[in-house]
Design a protein around this ligand. Structure first.
Ligand code: D61
Ligand code: MG
Length: 379
């Protein structure tokens, strides 16, 4: 709290928001009866493994909260297998492809992750996630298993692709497909869970393209922000089709003399993500339930705020650039309805327009993309 307040010292409205948020947060968080040991452990895992989603998931209405929590933990488990480079591909491929069946195996656990894998403990105690999964309504189970099947097979296809392992993601089309597997499918699954619960209309489950783009917008923003972190562990998610226009090796952007190229390539990446913003607003405009609305909107506004902060920001190549806690909290407090969220999107599109300059090769396209966010009037 002290560091967050200090970081916002020149942003008084954020100080107010930080203090307001601190008091609001101490109001009811759902109590789980002490005999439900597995469920308690699942929520502990949720809070341990997710900085960005734990809070919004726990604020969901009762009808949907546990299903979304288990959906998250199942996919986090799958991702913990995907991310682990110490598991040989012969072992990894069947683990990923069969994961949708594994979640029905009472008592299954996995202790073969590398010792440094950040969420290894989740799989070591995965029997508790399975227990809770098996306690969900059959309809929820089917949605979760279907998404785990598609995601696991998509991850396995990439994990055994030789070009992907050598160079990373190749084309823009590849980039969209990879992001579809790891994040777009989450959006599609969530829409099905919302409809199944009865909290949203059945039609929402049919909006698979808009749901997919909700995930793409979040995942692409993370991939842009995490350039350095990923490069240091030799993971390359920026599509080769984009960066080869500027350099021969993705790591060259870090070298002295490449600053202009680096910032221009960053603009191309940000433009690519920003093009999804209008459709994300269109999706959120369809949400009726208040708790689901906040759950969807908070990650989205953080993403557009992050894109605005990253734009023209050469620091991306030398450190991890993140929005201040005070700014995050201010956004969370504002995310109450579609009009506010549309205003926040417009605000950040203006921040981007102000940083845009005519010497940027993407100047025109960025102006157009921001213009589309600005002009979108909801209802
Ligand atoms: C509305 C609300 C939330 C949404 C949404 C729509 C649409 C999509 C998403 C959330 C998913 C966004 C993913 C962006 C963060 N990326 C990652 O976590 C990467 O892993 C991807 C594979 C596992 C996905 C697990 C997940 C994430 C968020 C959820 C969820 C499941 C279920 C419900 C709600 C939110 C990233 O992981 C980094 C890490 O290991 O920490 C990676 O490996 O690329
Ligand atoms: Mg991953």
């Amino acid at each position: 709290m002290a560091t967050s307040l200090f970081q916002s010292i020149f942003h008084p409205s954020e100080i107010v928001a930080l203090i307001q948020y601190k008091f609001l947060k101490s109001s009811p968080i759902h109590v789980i009866p002490p005999e439900q040991k597995a469920k308690i452990r699942c929520y502990e895992f949720l809070n341990k493994t997710s900085r960005s989603f734990a809070a919004v998931i726990q604020e969901l209405d009762d009808e949907i909260r546990d299903a979304v929590c288990i959906f998250y933990l199942v996919l986090r488990g799958l991702d913990t297998i995907e991310d682990d480079m110490s598991i040989p591909i012969e072992k990894k491929e069947p683990l990923l492809r069969d994961f949708h069946k594994t979640i029905y195996k009472k008592g299954w656990t996995f202790d073969e992750n590398g010792p440094d894998e950040k969420d290894r403990q989740l799989l070591v105690e995965f029997d508790v996630v399975i227990e809770e999964f098996l306690g969900l309504r059959k309809k929820f189970q089917n949605v979760i298993a279907d998404i785990a099947d598609k995601m696991g097979n998509g991850m396995a296809d990439y994990a055994k692709d030789a070009a992907y392992n050598k160079y990373g993601v190749m084309t823009n089309k590849d980039f969209d497909l990879y992001c579809h597997y790891v994040a777009g499918l989450v959006g599609i699954g969530l829409s099905s869970l919302f409809s199944t619960s009865g909290l949203e209309k059945p039609e929402l489950a049919k909006e698979t393209e808009l749901s997919n783009l909700m995930g793409l917008f979040l995942q692409k923003t993370n991939i842009i922000r995490d350039y350095l972190e990923d490069l240091l562990v030799n993971r390359r998610f920026w599509p080769k089709e984009i960066w080869t226009k500027y350099v021969d090796d993705l790591a060259d952007f870090r070298k002295p003399g490449y600053e202009k190229k680096a910032v221009d390539c960053l603009s191309t990446m940000i433009l690519n993500a920003l093009q999804h913003a209008p459709e994300c607003l269109t999706y959120m405009n369809k949400i009726q339930n208040k708790s689901i609305f906040s759950f969807c909107a908070i990650p989205q506004v953080m993403a557009i705020a992050t894109l605005a902060l990253l734009f023209k920001n050469y620091n991306v190549y030398h450190s991890v650039v993140k929005i201040r806690k005070g700014e995050t909290v201010k956004l969370i407090l504002k995310c109450t309805n579609i009009y506010e969220v549309a205003n926040i999107f417009r605000y950040y599109s203006k921040v981007i327009i102000q940083k845009n300059d005519s010497k940027d090769p993407n100047f025109m396209k960025i102006s157009v993309a921001c213009g589309k966010v600005n002009l979108l009037h909801i209802i």
